[in-house]
Design a protein around this ligand. Sequence first.
Ligand code: SF4
Length: 545
Amino acid sequence: MSTPASRHHKRPRGEGQWALGYREPLNKNEELKKNDDGLNVRQRIIDIYSKRGFDSIDPADLRGRMRWYGLYTQRRPGIDGGKTAILEPEELDDRYFMMRVRIDGGQLDLRQLRTIAGISKDYARGTADLTDRHNVQVHWVEIESVPDIWERLEAVGLSTTEACGDVPRTILGCPVAGIDVEEVFDATSEIDAIKPYIGDPAFSNLPRKYKTALSGCSAHCTVHEINDIAFVGVVNEQGEQGYDLWVGGGLSTNPMLAQRLGVFVRRDQVGEVWAGVTGIFRDYGYRRLRSRARLKFLVNDWGAEKFRQVLETEYLAEPLPDGPAPQAPDVGRRDHVGVFPQKDGNFYVGFAPRVGRLDADKLFAIADIAERHGSSRVRTTLEQKMIILDIAPDQVDSLVAELEAIDLQVRPSTFRRQTMACTGIEYCKLAMIETKGLASDLIDELEKRLPTFDQPLTINVNGCPNSCARIQTADIGLKGQLMLDENGQQVGGFQIHLGGALGVGSGFGRKVRGLKTTAKALPDYVERVVTNFDTQKKEGESFAD
Ligand code: SF4
C-alpha cells in the first residue's frame, strides 16, 4: 500500500496520521489492526473457532476483528442499562452473535431474500431486523454456524464482509434506482464500480468506519449529508450525467454535515475517485483518538478547498472540473413508502413493518407474495422499510391487501411510517435502555390518541448517545439515557432533540437543555408536542421550521 510522503499537512500534535509518518499505533484499536488485518479472521473462524467453539476465540478477534465480517457479540440478557458503563466487556458479552448481512444499494432478488429468511429460521431463532442502512441483522448466531451461513449467503451473491469494523460499510443507493420516474439517472452501475473495493486489503484498515452513499435519486433518499463520502447524481451544463461529490458527513456525538467539494465526477471515474477519497482517509485520517477518527474531523480541519487539492494532486491522475450542485428535491418524504408508478408502467410498493422488525416467516411471506404477483425483486430502504418492485397495475390492490393482512402496511399512519428505533438493550452492549418494543408501543398509542394526524414527522429512538437511528436528523430525536423519575428512582428515559432535518433546510435537531422525558411519559410528551405544533403551525410550516 502506498502512502504519499507529502509532509505539508502538519498538525501541531501528532494525530497518528500515516501520511505524516506516524505509523506506530497510538491506541488499542490501532494496535489490534496493526497486529493483524481484520480480514484475516475469516479463515480462523472457518478453521478453528467454528470447530472448537466460543471459548476458543482469541479476545482480540472476539471484540475486534470479527466485526470485519459483520459479527458482534450480543449483550448478555438480563443486564440492565445501569451496568452498561460499569461492567467489563467480557461481562457484557453473551455467547451469541448479531450478524449483519450487507445489502449494497438495498438490492435483493427473491432467491437472496429466501436465503436470508432460511438463515434466520435455521440459525438465528427466526430473528430479522431491517437497519437504517439497507442491511438485515439476525441474532442468536452461534460461532459453529458461521461457515454454513457464509456458504449459503455466498451461493446467492451476498456476504457479511466489512458489514461492521473500521472499513467501507454497506454502500447506500436509491432503492428504486432504474425504475423511478423522477430519478436523475440510474446509478446502479456506479455502485457496482465500488463493490470490488469491499474486502480489498488496501482499504481494510481505515481510522474508523467509513460510510458511502451514491445515487441518482431526485429525492436524495440516500441521506448524502451524513455520509463520509457521497456521490449525488447531477447533469452538468453540457448535458453530461455525473456526480456532485460530498465528504465528511457523520452523526454520533459530534454531528457534522458533509461538505461539497464542488467537483464534477464523470460516471466512469467513480471507482477511482472513491478510492482516492478513501485513500486520503486511510493516509491522513486521525488515528490517535477514536472520538476524532471519523473523516469529518479531517474535512472540518482542512476545509473543502484543501481536501479537493490533496485529492487531485496526490490521488487522482488528473484534476476534476467544477460541477453543479444538485437540484433541491421538492418532496417532503424520502422513504418510498406507498404505491408509485415505475418508468415501465408497472408499480412499486413500499411498506412499513414496525420499526424494522421482521422475522423468518414474514421474510418468506414477502417473497411468496411478491412472486405470486409477478415480481422477482425487492429492496431494503434507509428507514427500516421494504419495497416490492415490478407490480402490474391490475395486481397492486391484491398485493397491498396481502401485505396488510400480515401487518406490513403500505399506507401506514405517520407514526408507523416515520418512527425508527435502533437495536437497544435487547441485544446491544452499549445500550442504556430498551428501544424497539418501546417505539412500537409508542406508535400504537399515538395512532390511538392522534388518529387524524397526517403531517410528515420523524421520531427516531436511540438506546444510548450513539446515533444508530440518527437522533439529530429527526423532527423528534430521542437519545436514551438513565434518569431519575419524580420519586427519585433510576429509570430509562430520553434527552430530546427537536427539529432536525435533511434535504432542503438541512440542519441538526437542537438539544433542548434540560428537555428530557422518562420512557413511561414518552407518549404524553410526543402527544403534547405534536398537538401544539398542529394547532399553532402557520400555513406551509413544517415541524422542523
Ligand atoms: Fe446500540 Fe446505542 Fe447504536 Fe442503539 S444507538 S444500537 S443502543 S450503540
